[in-house]
Design a protein around this ligand. Structure first.
Ligand code: GLC
Length: 570
């Protein structure tokens, strides 16, 4: 059941496309995307040129956190499809040479998971409660949470365990996310055995691997000590992870014990032929900590959020690239690169002049330059060595939708923060496929679980397929070249000296061919040295001129905020 392009090492330079299933394609018109909808769009993904898809969760779930609250890890939510649909998806993706990566959520279950439901019928101290993290409260009436840990989604990280009458018992359960996402106790061997079994259940059905949700969070420091938060405020989502600053190591993230779990998981993945693969969602403080997850007997890859955080800044981008490559080389793992996903502001908006994360919904941004920068940053990123993650809709140049009404917002952190944070719905608005009216071909009718902006008629797949200058056309061309050029994919990278606010590197293949990639971040044009050649493979805009120099050579002049790939034949 494996696909045609799968060699055991396929993941080392794979282009993986993230599908957020509720928002990708809706087959039945209920306004929510589903697996049959995804199957109907596999030709599009094949044409785009991706090697694999990673699909955010579609398990049975109350959808309090978009499916990252799993009630049953072995069944499919009826709103998203059936087990037969998943079997068809695997088969049809593989028939097109596309691998299938599912999402596993091991840090917490839904409060509707049978384990939690059962625990609620027992006393704390029971075997059932030992699957979760439950502690006695402090203070005279045990009315105060056991420690000061906060939820990533705001407020306390602890909620009362209540008795059948709804009264507090004096015990509390930990939830680093929503109250409906109780954290599992990974010290309990039953939890470990259950997840190894879940991995096998899906590997046996033929999937190629798993993305691991909150991979850095499973193990908590012994004794659950208080954390010295960088600020007393109930600050936006997990600043200690997003800033990568000089803050104390949190007792609930990136604990050494988590690596033992991934050694166990790697052994499971290696039982298969070809071996199954993992990609960790690891928000850690720096590339050195990140690379530890990629030691040879652990995860194959992990997301590199430091690069995503580097933004539109030559110095930070270069430092992050160098650090990432150096640290991954030490463990023999390929780096990965990502600019957008279902949790962050889409990079077209994030990189736009005027964007201010503190006022991310209200700041005035230059959308057109945001698109220009996003295309340039993407083309640059696509030439880096290693594997690449794309998020659905970025290939259309979709912006973040920032003006969603509070009533339609579903991000639990929006509600827990009183509307000051939890803005993740804006990157989850359903994809425009075709036509002039909502849902723009997302489903058969007008329904979509989040409203789509009117301007998205111009950003539909149908429109962009017909336009050779579209963002979609650039992505397709870039992925085609990336697959064909021997110098792209894994391998060395050499920085080239370049003047001004710009970055340039060269990739060389064993056959002597090279690809030079230049990113001009400035607002002025950039003249490239004649020695770099003049054979343009692809530009992020058509703002590239070939000029004859006085001595008869050809010189390339690159427009502002533009990236370029240049080749020299072998
Ligand atoms: C991860 C997911 C995010 C989810 C959280 C809790 O960060 O990407 O969407 O809300 O975990 O499961």
């Amino acid at each position: 059941m494996t696909s045609t392009r799968r060699t055991p090492d396929w993941w080392r330079d794979a282009v993986v496309y993230q599908v957020y299933p509720r928002s990708f394609a809706d087959s039945d018109g209920d306004g929510m995307g589903d697996i049959p909808g995804l199957i109907s769009r596999l030709d599009y993904l094949e044409d785009l040129g991706v090697d694999a898809i990673w699909i955010s969760p579609y398990y049975t779930s109350p959808l309090h956190d978009g499916g990252y609250d799993v009630a049953d890890y072995r069944s499919i939510d009826a709103r998203l499809g059936t087990m037969d649909d998943v079997d068809r998806l695997i088969e049809q993706a593989h028939a097109r040479g596309i691998g299938v990566i599912m999402d596993v959520v091991p840090n917490h279950t839904s409060s509707e998971h049978p384990w939690f439901v059962e625990a609620l019928t027992t006393e704390p101290g029971s075997l059932q409660w030992d699957r979760y993290i439950v502690r006695e409260g402090s203070g005279p009436d045990r009315e105060t949470p056991p420690n000061n840990w906060r939820s990533v989604f705001h407020g306390s990280g602890w909620s009362h365990v209540r008795d059948a009458a709804g009264d507090p018992t004096g015990y509390w359960y930990l939830h680093l996310f929503d109250t409906t996402q109780p954290d599992l106790n990974w010290e309990n061997p039953e939890v470990r055995a259950e997840f190894r079994d879940i991995l096998r259940f899906w590997f046996d059905r033929g999937i190629d691997g798993f993305r691991i949700d909150v991979a850095h969070g499973l193990v908590k420091e012994e004794g659950l000590p208080d954390y010295a938060y960088p600020s007393d405020d109930d600050e936006p989502m997990q600043p200690e992870m997003f800033d990568f600053g000089d803050v104390a190591h949190a007792p609930f993230w990136d604990q050494d014990g988590v690596h033992d779990i991934y050694r166990e998981w790697r052994a499971v993945a290696d039982e298969y032929d070809p071996p199954r693969v993992f990609c960790g969602e690891t928000w850690v403080p720096n590339p050195e900590r990140l690379a530890r997850y990629q030691r040879p007997d652990e995860l194959h890859t992990s997301f590199n959020f430091a690069y995503l955080e580097a933004g539109w800044d030559a110095g930070r981008m270069r430092a992050s690239i160098d650090d990432t490559i150096a640290q991954h080389a030490k463990v023999g793992a390929p780096p990965t690169w990502v600019l957008s996903n279902h949790d962050v502001i889409r990079h077209r908006t994030r990189m736009a002049p005027g964007f201010d994360n503190q006022h991310r919904l209200t700041c005035v941004v230059d959308e057109e330059r945001g698109l220009r920068r996003a295309r340039a940053a993407t083309l640059f990123t696509m030439a880096l060595p290693g594997s690449l993650y794309l998020y659905q809709g970025e290939e259309l140049g979709l912006p973040e939708v920032r003006d969603l009404d509070a009533e339609v917002r579903q991000d639990p952190a929006w509600h827990r923060s009183g509307g000051t944070d939890g803005t993740r719905d804006g990157c989850r608005v359903p994809i425009p496929w075709s036509g002039q009216e909502p849902s723009y071909g997302f489903g058969p009718g007008a329904a979509s679980w989040l409203p789509q902006p009117a301007a998205w008629a111009d950003l539909s797949v149908e429109r962009e397929q017909a336009d050779p200058a579209s963002t979609l056309a650039m992505y397709r061309a870039a992925l085609r070249i990336r697959r064909a050029a021997a110098a792209l994919g894994e391998g060395p990278l050499t920085w080239l000296d370049v003047d001004g606010d710009a970055l340039a590197f060269q990739r060389a293949a064993a056959d002597g061919s090279t690809v030079t990639c230049v990113l001009n971040l400035s607002e002025s044009t950039l003249r490239l040295p004649t020695a770099w050649g003049s054979e343009v493979l692809l530009g992020s805009t058509d703002d590239v001129a070939v000029l004859a120099t006085d001595d008869g050579a050809e010189e390339l002049v690159l427009g502002s905020e533009t990236a370029l790939w240049i080749t020299s034949a072998s």
